[in-house]
Ligand binder design. Sequence first.
Ligand SMILES: [Cu+2]
Length: 136
Amino acid sequence: MGVGAPSRSLLAAALVAAATTVTGSVPAAEAAPRPVTVTLREYGIVLPAKLRPGPTTFVIRNRGRFPHNFTVLFGPVRFRSGTILPGATKRVTARLVPGEYLIGCTILNGGHLAQGMLTQFTIGSRAHGSGRWHYP
Ligand SMILES: [Cu+2]
């Protein structure tokens, strides 16, 4: 008997445990990424100003006439979409944690940032003067 058999039974146990969490106290959000819609256009980035922690899929649509991107310039979790062509949609999934995130489009070496493609979102809050964020 190889090591495969115990692994399979462990996997089966994990699957049963995962299935039972549907009606349990674990939030469904931990099982599937929460979708957040983002719109890119000339010249702006539109998304909710407040988000929640956990696995999140940014559904990023370029509704403009030029290529754009979605780049976390500052924040506790960094990720980027890469170039999104006009009319296209890209999905980027990240496990978000509380904090402040600065988002920009870095196309044209800052040219789009200067035109206003810069925004932010926050997760949770922090005491005045404190650098420690918490949620809720
Ligand atoms: Cu842009």
